[in-house]
Write a protein that binds this ligand. Structure first.
Ligand code: NDP
Length: 247
């Protein structure tokens, strides 16, 4: 039996992994809110792509690190598409440097977006899920939150914190038919990794048993599965999609 058609909010869905999740969820009949922060034109393109294929989507702007912006984005989503039942906390940034050179602002910005953004979006969505007695939350973290990476103390701390958040919340809401999982991608070909030099890309490839970067479309299917009815007995897990990098 196909899943019920549900309302999904995907943060940072204007590009990369979030975009791939939005398109895939919409292709299954779900109503999708495509969140962006600065690039509305990219979010509009995702919405257009979904609508051309017969799906339902809207673009919702808002910085996940800003509580009042998150409140507005959730209100706009629910007004247009109905109560949110699926939340994918995907928005994330990097601001890399060795700890010795790190600026406090680099640390704070990464924590505010990756961890506090996940907190705000979840904090403001879970009450509705509890009321509906159904919900799916997937937090997009990183293998770097599992194995660490020189030059990314801020990023890896934010993603490791998301793992703790995921497991704790999973215990809190398990009795309400709400699952909470994290997906930890390895190196995926997106705007975030396109900026790396060829030398750094070669080094990274040498860490990956599959010897290549992944594609957003290779991460989205797992995230979308975790949002399905069939995934109802999986919660509090951190699942890697990394070509074997963290083995
Ligand atoms: P991209 O850089 O391709 O896209 C980032 C998305 O997040 C954009 O839609 C961007 O919107 C949005 N965004 C950034 N900051 C905010 C904010 N403050 N509020 C709302 N939206 C925001 O990202 P990826 O697809 O590469 O990454 C997606 C997730 O996957 C991130 O959490 C990242 O940490 C994680 N990840 C990525 C890996 C990779 O190799 N690419 C590896 C491991 C984890 P806009 O453009 O409008 O600002």
């Amino acid at each position: 039996m196909p899943d019920a058609e549900r309302t999904a909010l995907i943060t940072g869905a204007s590009r990369g992994i979030g975009r791939a999740c939005a398109i895939r969820l919409a292709s299954l009949g779900h109503r999708v809110a495509v969140n962006y922060n600065t690039h509305q034109e990219d979010a509009d393109e995702v919405v257009e792509t979904i609508r051309r294929a017969g799906g339902t989507a809207i673009a919702v702007g808002g910085n996940v690190a800003d509580r009042s912006a998150v409140e507005k984005m959730i209100a706009a989503t629910e007004e247009a598409l109905g109560p949110i039942e699926i939340l994918i906390n995907n928005a994330g940034i990097i601001s890399d440097s060795l700890l010795m050179r790190m600026k406090d602002d680099d640390f704070d910005r990464v924590m505010d977006t990756n961890l506090k953004g996940t907190y705000y979006c979840t904090r403001l969505t879970v009450p509705g899920m509890i009321k509906q007695r159904w919900g799916r939350i997937v937090n997009v973290s990183s293998v770097v939150g599992i194995r660490g990476n020189a030059g990314q103390t801020n990023y890896s701390a934010s993603k490791a914190a998301v793992h703790g958040f995921t497991k704790s919340l999973a215990k809190e809401v398990a009795g309400r038919n709400i699952t909470v999982n994290a997906v930890a991608p390895g190196y995926i070909r997106t705007a975030t990794t396109d900026v790396l030099s060829e030398k750094v890309k070669d080094t990274v490839r040498s860490w990956i048993p599959m010897a290549r970067f992944g594609e957003p479309e290779e991460v989205a299917p797992l995230i979308v599965f975790l949002c399905s009815e069939e995934a109802r007995y999986m919660t509090g897990d951190v699942l890697r999609v990394d070509g074997g990098m963290a083995i």
